[in-house]
Design a protein around this ligand. Structure first.
Ligand SMILES: C[S@@+](CC[C@H](N)C(=O)[O-])C[C@H]1O[C@@H](n2cnc3c(N)ncnc32)[C@H](O)[C@@H]1O
Length: 287
């Protein structure tokens, strides 16, 4: 095994690490332990070079200065982990296809609306996989009241998701029929087709802030984001999802995440990391 190359660049003191980690926690709920110090340095050294700042003292001054708010958005973009893929954890899309969507689609054809939410959408592969799965069995979805909301805290990722342009390599998990049905080849890759885009709404949203919608969702994907949150933030989030879901609605989470805390009473297990909202009413909206 070869030793990892040492990170060269400005030194980060314990106090500077704490300050940055505390800001990140305040803005996103993401907990950065000391074990993540070298990851932070690797990612922020690049930011220091972009800003032509000599050291972390200067960077902390920037965070405190007039451009501090804007810099905190860059900090978030630099420190969030955005790894994703089309049809990642494919068993969830199989559940959508075979169990979750068919009865919902029958009701939508009779006039009710359908709302899906990818709550940490990263660069869009997850919400587009939801859309493709839906359109495969409901090709006329666009003629009904169907919307897929895709949100993320990272504005750079929301922009990329909205653009819907992907490298052919990223489309490997998408089968060739779906590829030709739902993507157009362009000079620099493949772009999602307008009929898919029409179902989508994109927005920047911090899951720990107030949510600007009042209607209920039928399906929520929140996968591989809560893993970075501490226990109180994560449990509060599950609780809020329970309130945001219609009875019978589905919550999908990432492979290393599990439902815990007060929300458990409002859900039944429906498969691996798949929970279904039961009919127990919430006494009041969780805050
Ligand atoms: C590892 S990616 C997961 C993407 C996708 N859900 C998947 O499983 O493939 C985690 C995403 O969570 C987002 N995220 C982290 N904290 C967040 C927060 N407080 N609110 C909303 N999104 C957040 C990050 O920006 C990142 O895009």
């Amino acid at each position: 095994m070869t030793a990892a190359a040492p990170i060269t660049g400005p030194e980060l003191s314990v106090a500077q690490f704490r300050k940055i980690a505390d800001l990140l926690y305040k803005d996103s709920g993401i907990v950065l332990s000391e074990a993540k110090r070298s990851l932070l340095v690797a990612r922020l050294n690049k930011r220091l070079r972009t800003l032509s700042l000599p050291d972390y003292g200067a960077y902390c001054n920037r965070l405190d200065g007039p451009d501090g708010q804007e810099e905190r958005r860059h900090l978030l973009s630099a420190l969030t982990t955005n790894v994703t893929a089309f049809f990642r954890e494919n068993h969830h899309f199989q559940s959508l296809l075979h169990e979750v969507l068919p009865p919902m689609i029958r009701e939508v054809r009779q006039g009710r609306k359908l709302r899906l939410w990818s709550a940490a959408c990263s660069s869009g592969e997850e919400p587009y996989s939801m859309a493709i799965t839906l359109l495969d069995i409901f090709p006329d979805a666009g003629q009904h009241d169907v919307l897929i909301l895709a949100t993320d805290i990272d504005p750079v990722m929301v922009g990329r998701a909205q653009q819907g342009l992907y490298d052919p390599e990223a489309l490997r998990p998408v089968n060739s029929t779906q590829r030709s049905k739902f993507f157009n080849p362009v000079s620099d890759g493949l772009t999602i087709r307008p009929e898919v885009q029409r179902l989508m709404r994109f927005a920047e949203l911090n899951l720990h802030d107030a949510w600007p919608f009042t209607g209920k969702f039928d399906i929520i994907f929140c996968r591989n984001a809560a893993i970075y949150f501490d226990t109180p933030s994560r449990q509060r989030l599950w609780h809020r999802f329970g309130h945001a879901l219609a009875p019978g609605g589905s919550l999908f989470m990432g492979h290393s995440e599990r439902l815990d805390g007060p929300a458990c009473q409002y859900f039944d297990s429906a498969g691996t990391t798949h929970y279904r909202r039961n009919s127990l009413p919430y006494p009041a909206a969780p805050v």
